[in-house]
Structure formats: structure tokens, C-alpha cells
Write a protein that binds this ligand. Structure first.
Ligand SMILES: C[S@@+](CC[C@H](N)C(=O)[O-])C[C@H]1O[C@@H](n2cnc3c(N)ncnc32)[C@H](O)[C@@H]1O
Length: 398
């Protein structure tokens, strides 16, 4: 293991022997120049610039993308991510001067990607964000004298305190007054996520609203559920300005094309030739990707395409579901295959506990030329676990 990671492992109480038993770290270093543990990569670097514009369960660490894109591709290449999620591949490709194409089913995830990757008039964005927060502050101070804002969403009424809901509804009502509406939507959604009536330790998958003081296993003390949204909107407004500026300082002019749709059927223009894929598909029966951002769907009324999600958690992982899942992933690769140059490389990151990906590759006409393994060690929030994932490396055959 790299020395920096060995030291970090000791700090976090992680036994390097357990990792080295499951992962050939020496080979990772020989081939990739990195042991792929990323234990020593600090939280601030894992979530650098736009990668933390909005939480998203199931994104991969940007440093992993960087290692593979740097090793196997060059500036000017075009990289596709057919499950582009929150846009990690697209952002990292752009920083390296590589063009990128993303396909993503969930309209809210597409919004996150677009906000991360758009080129902005930054002084205007800053002015608008600050103006919106000033108006919200005025509203919040004087709201007692104002009419109550109403919503028909039972979900919003249930999951927010009265004050938080008023602030959220007010902010939503003024978004139309600005040019950078998508940025404001991401700020509001991120704030709403934090302002829900949930325990601090359960932001990712809360089961029911909490209205009373509760024992917080994260802070080891009694905590109160959030009573307002203003402080979050204020905090995330400033944070968003900072992150957009940081990314603007390192972004390149490489093109980024984002498509909302089902990657099994979404047609890419015939003239878009792709040098390779770097992706982490949804895994079978693990996450419901629309449902994790329910608050955003309720707030903005985006259409939902849950029934088209490949591998949705709600459908479990029975034998039939696994078979259907495999066919879904094969359909995706076959759909984009006409755009893949001959010999192009396809990297798939997955915790493949049902051993599906070697067979998926075979059925797509991809030759498996290598597999790397890595531990996924540092996670936040309650459902964090240690697990191992693989990076399957395929080449598209003639
Ligand atoms: C593991 S996540 C990708 C995360 C991404 N690597 C990142 O860092 O943000 C898988 C994504 O596939 C999307 N997805 C599920 N079914 C899909 C389909 N039929 N077509 C396109 N995208 C789909 C999910 O909405 C989810 O965002």
C-alpha cells in the first residue's frame, strides 16, 4: 500500500492486512501508479469543487476516475458515461481536456450534472444568488405579517417544520425571477435535504419524520430536528459560489453533451465517435435513484421514470430480477456500441457480488483484458459500510 495510505489507515483504525488480503495493491501500483485505496485522500479532496454541489448516494470518488482516464486516454478523446448520475466522469474528463457525453435517466440527476458543467457568467451568478438570499432573509424576518404560502404536496407538509416549509416555498417562488434558475434549484434542493425533519445521522435514507428531540448517534448527544431552512440556504449559497468559481479556474473547453433518457434506447448522434466508456452502472437491488431525491421531485415537479430504472432497490435481487438486470445493462452497451470506435476501452466499476459483469461483457462482444479491485472504505452517514469493488476493463472487439 502507498505509504500515505498506510499512515491514513492507521489513523482511521483500518487494518491494512485485511485490505491487502483482498486487493493486490502492489499490482494496482505497478500498473496504475496508485493502490486504489484512496484512504489518504482527504474529505475536501474527495468532494473538491463542483463534486459537492449536491449530495448523491452512489457516486464514485473522483480520484478513481482521474487515475483511469489519465492512464488509458489522452486529451481530445471522447469519453461516454451511459449512467452519468451526478456527473463525476464528465467533470473529471473535462478537467483533463477530454470531451464527454453523459446519459442519465433521472431528470433531477441531469439537473445536477448540468449545473456542475455549465459555463457561467460568474459575477451574474453571484449577484443572483446573493439577491435571492437577501429576499429570503427579509421574508423570513417579516413573514408573520404575510400570507401563508401553501403547497399541495403531502410529502413537503409532512417532512418540514412550519417555518422551514415557508422559507422553502418562498425561495422556490422567487427562482423564476432569475436567469440562473438551475443553480438556485440545486441550492434549494440541497438545503431542503438538510432541513427535513430527520435525525442528523440519517440524511441518506430517513424512514420517518422526527419532530421531537432525539438521541443523536452521530453527535452523541440529544439533538433537535431542523426548525428552519434559511441557515442552510445561506450556507449552501456561499458554498455554491465558491465551488463554481473553483471549477471555473480549472475547467477546459472540451465539449460536454448531456442526454436525459433511458440508456437502452437513447440515440446518440451518429457522428459522435467515442474513444471509451468509464461508468458505474446502478447495481442490482441497491438504490432507488429517483426516490433518494424525493424532496427535489416534490419541490420542482420533475417527471419521474422510476419504472425504467435498471436494478432499482424496490425490485429486490431475485434470480428473475438479476436476469432482467443483466439484459438491461447489455441493452445499454449494445445501444451505444455503434458510436464506440473499434478497439475502444470500456471500464465498468461495480461491486459485482453476483458475478454478472464478465458474462455481460462477453454478450456485448467486449473482451475482458484486466480487472482491478479496491476497497471502498470511507463513507459518511449511517448506512456506510466497508466493501470491495472491481473495475472491469474491456476492449470492444471488431
Ligand atoms: C451508480 S449511479 C452512477 C453514479 C455516477 N458514477 C456518479 O459518480 O455520480 C447509476 C446511475 O444510473 C442511472 N440509471 C438507472 N437506470 C438507468 C437507465 N435505464 N438509463 C440511464 N440511466 C439509468 C441512475 O439514475 C443513477 O444515477
Amino acid at each position: 500500500m502507498l505509504e500515505i495510505n498506510r499512515k491514513a489507515a492507521a489513523r482511521f483504525g483500518i487494518n491494512p492486512d485485511i485490505i491487502e488480503k483482498r486487493v493486490d495493491v502492489r499490482r494496482n501500483i505497478e500498473v496504475l501508479g496508485n493502490d486504489l485505496t484512496f484512504i489518504g485522500v482527504r474529505e475536501a479532496a474527495r468532494t473538491k469543487h463542483v463534486h459537492r454541489l449536491h449530495p448523491y448516494l452512489g457516486k464514485f470518488i473522483p480520484q478513481l476516475v482521474e487515475v483511469f482516464l489519465t492512464k488509458y486516454f489522452k486529451q481530445g478523446d471522447t469519453i461516454l458515461d451511459p449512467f452519468s448520475g451526478s456527473g463525476t466522469t464528465l467533470v473529471e474528463a473535462n478537467v483533463l481536456g477530454m470531451n464527454s457525453i453523459g446519459i442519465e435517466l433521472s431528470p433531477f440527476n441531469v439537473l445536477i450534472q448540468r449545473v456542475k458543467l455549465q459555463k457561467y457568467d460568474l459575477p451574474e451568478v453571484e449577484r443572483e444568488i446573493k439577491d435571492a438570499i437577501n429576499r429570503l432573509r427579509d421574508f423570513s424576518r417579516n413573514k408573520i405579517n404575510r400570507m401563508r404560502l401553501e403547497t399541495e404536496s403531502e410529502y413537503l407538509k409532512e417532512w418540514f417544520s412550519g417555518r422551514a416549509l415557508q422559507e422553502i416555498l418562498y425561495y422556490r417562488s422567487i427562482i423564476k425571477d432569475y436567469r440562473n434558475q438551475d443553480v438556485l434549484k440545486v441550492i434549494l434542493s440541497r438545503s431542503a435535504r438538510s432541513a427535513r425533519l430527520i435525525p442528523h445521522y440519517d440524511l441518506a435514507r430517513p424512514s420517518k419524520p422526527v419532530r421531537e428531540t432525539y438521541w443523536c448517534i452521530k453527535h452523541k448527544r440529544y439533538c433537535k430536528p431542523a426548525g428552519e431552512a434559511l441557515k442552510f440556504i445561506n450556507r449552501y449559497s456561499l458554498d455554491t459560489i465558491k465551488r463554481l468559481k473553483e471549477f471555473d479556474g480549472i475547467r477546459t473547453d472540451a465539449f460536454v453533451d448531456i442526454y436525459q433518457g433511458d440508456a437502452r434506447t437513447c440515440k446518440l448522434p451518429g457522428d459522435k465517435k467515442i474513444d471509451g466508456i468509464f461508468t458505474s452502472p446502478p447495481y442490482v437491488g441497491v438504490i432507488d435513484y429517483h426516490e433518494q431525491h424525493r424532496y427535489a421531485y416534490e419541490l420542482f415537479g420533475f417527471p419521474r421514470f422510476d419504472a425504467l430504472e435498471i436494478g432499482a432497490a424496490s425490485r429486490g435481487h431475485s434470480r428473475d430480477v438479476r436476469r432482467e438486470y443483466m439484459q438491461g445493462i447489455i441493452d445499454v452497451f449494445q445501444n451505444v456500441s455503434p458510436n464506440l470506435k473499434q478497439g475502444s476501452l470500456v471500464f465498468v466499476v461495480a461491486n459485482d457480488k453476483f458475478d454478472l459483469f464478465p458474462e455481460i461483457g462477453r454478450r456485448c462482444g467486449f473482451k475482458l483484458f484486466d480487472v482491478f479491485h479496491r476497497p471502498v472504505l470511507m463513507r459518511t452517514e449511517r448506512d456506510s459500510k466497508k466493501y470491495f469493488e472491481s473495475i472491469f476493463c474491456f476492449r470492444k472487439e471488431a
